[in-house]
Design a protein around this ligand. Structure first.
Ligand SMILES: [Zn+2]
Length: 494
């Protein structure tokens, strides 16, 4: 992610203008329940067994409640409220109908998953809001209930590890809009509805506001998107456009993203777009979607974008996805590294440093995700540093000066939290970007260029397509440099 107009010198004003909201308190949120037999909202007390239930059954249900709670988190200590265990999603097939002018959607999501635990009789997904019309497991209608921003789906029979399940959820309605505790500078994550445009910005916890999902990067999957919109709109998503079909006034766009994709990096954008196509000198297919007003200026940037993506491929390993490009959206104050189809604020669509920052995320944050969101510095620090590298690629001494300037700025106003475990509201704060970039620069200086870049290539070879931790990263860099980096990382993470 890259906030608009963030720069050294406005650190303090940026920090002050952020809305400080209460921190991450996921376990005390209000609980509501919706079941398919009774769609009334209920409190937790209503959900727990009532007096009409036999005492033995009460005990059983309490034990079941604990078992559910254990599987209803991916285990990320920074963000325990998202993600679920017990299964590994292979593919999401999403059929969705959207209209920029209408604050409403209808959708069917088919989730293909492999179970990873024995004796499963229920699975949970992250999902907030909407009227659920039907839940099927392997084509069979099943019971479900909703609690604590989760959807619990009963399985038709007890299921053991390694079994394939197809879960289909049909739902519709107005999306819930509320601010993420981690992104206090955007009103709400998920779908941004505008008069003549809509788009999805979900990092880190917003996908559950528009589709049922295992909403943590530890469970990446492929996606097939079937997006129906009224004419004259174009629908854009991650991956490759396979086909379009027209039915009356409606056009359906079929997008496929085959490579592993973290839920936070899934996007859809719907607007009146022109498709701009080119190919990088090394042959990477570039396709972007911009408004008519921007098209001509953006077209002139194509050679630079091609040169940039080839330069990164040489440094970090081949571009990991089938195609690459950007999609222009109205201003929400940030751009986002949505995989292979980057969401760009209209104020940044022609800004080379933001284009570069988001492109760098294709490696740092997309191809390799984070085991824990607390280590967001590894995404933002690298993306920030790579854009400075690009800017100063002809003049390394100037890069040193830039980093020195950043170091002075940070020393003048230090924060009192560890770089690898910020408060929720500071996840996308100054340190993740600039202190992270400074760490990267110092690591490069300490290791030397040969070991540093060879370590990065190994990191992508080993963890590409999945997620890694700071400890995994440190181990790779130690191997590449031939010496311990314990003291180095301890001093940065204190
Ligand atoms: Zn970023």
């Amino acid at each position: 992610m890259k906030k608009n107009k963030i720069a050294i010198g406005i650190f303090l004003s940026l920090t002050l203008t952020m809305l400080f909201i209460s921190g991450c308190t996921p376990l005390v949120e209000s609980l509501t329940v919706q079941s398919n037999t009774d769609t009334e909202s209920k409190t937790t007390e209503d959900f727990l067994p009532t007096a009409t239930v036999h005492e033995a059954e009460i005990v059983t249900d309490k034990e079941a409640f604990v078992a559910r709670a254990e599987n209803s988190s991916a285990g990320d200590p920074f963000m325990p409220e998202v993600g679920n265990l017990g299964y590994d999603v292979q593919n999401y097939a999403v059929q969705i109908t959207l209209d920029p002018g209408t604050y409403w959607l209808e959708s069917v999501v088919d989730i293909e998953m492999i179970t990873t635990q024995d004796h499963l009789w229920q699975i949970s997904l992250d999902m907030i809001g909407f009227q659920i019309d039907e839940v099927l497991v392997n084509q069979e209608e099943v019971d479900y209930f909703r609690l604590n921003k989760k959807l619990y789906v009963d399985l038709p029979q007890e299921t053991n590890s390694g079994e394939k399940l197809n879960i289909s959820i049909r739902y519709s309605g107005e999306p819930v809009q509320e601010m993420s505790a981690y992104v206090p500078f955007i009103d709400n994550l998920g779908i941004q509805f505008r008069e003549d445009m809509l788009y999805i910005v979900s990092e880190p916890d917003g996908t559950r506001y528009w589709m049922p999902v295992n909403d943590h990067p530890l469970d990446k999957a492929s996606y097939a998107m079937e997006i129906t919109v009224p004419q004259p709109y174009t629908a854009v998503s991650n991956g490759q456009l396979l086909d379009t079909t027209i039915d009356g006034n409606q056009t359906t766009y079929y997008w496929e993203n085959k490579e592993p994709l973290a839920s936070a990096l899934v996007t859809i954008a719907v607007g009146e777009y022109q498709r701009i196509e080119s190919v990088s000198p090394q042959g990477i297919v570039l396709r972007s979607y911009v408004t008519m007003e921007t098209a001509q200026d953006f077209q002139t940037l194509q050679p630079q974008i091609g040169e940039m993506i080839d330069w990164m491929s040489d440094l970090f390993g081949a571009y990991p996805f089938s195609e690459f490009g950007y999609v222009e959206v109205s201003d929400i104050g940030a751009s986002l590294e949505t995989q292979s189809m980057v969401i760009m604020s209209e104020s940044a669509i022609l800004d080379e440093s933001v284009l570069c920052h988001e492109m760098a995320h294709m490696w740092f944050g997309d191809w390799v995700n984070l085991n824990s969101w607390s280590e967001i510095w590894r995404n933002e620090g690298f993306a920030t540093y790579v854009s400075y590298m690009w800017e100063n690629r002809e003049n390394p001494a100037q890069l040193d000066d830039t980093m020195e300037f950043i170091a002075i700025g940070l020393q003048e106003d230090p924060h009192d939290f560890p770089l690898n475990n910020p408060p929720a509201e500071d996840m996308f704060g100054r340190d993740s970007y600039y202190k992270g970039a400074l760490l990267v620069h110092q690591l490069r200086k300490q290791m030397g260029d040969d070991a540093f870049f060879s370590g990065l290539k190994t990191y992508f070879e080993q963890y590409g397509g999945s997620a890694a931790s700071d400890a995994d990263f440190q181990a790779i860099m130690e191997e590449a440099g031939g010496s311990s980096l314990d003291d180095f990382f301890t001093s940065w993470f204190e």
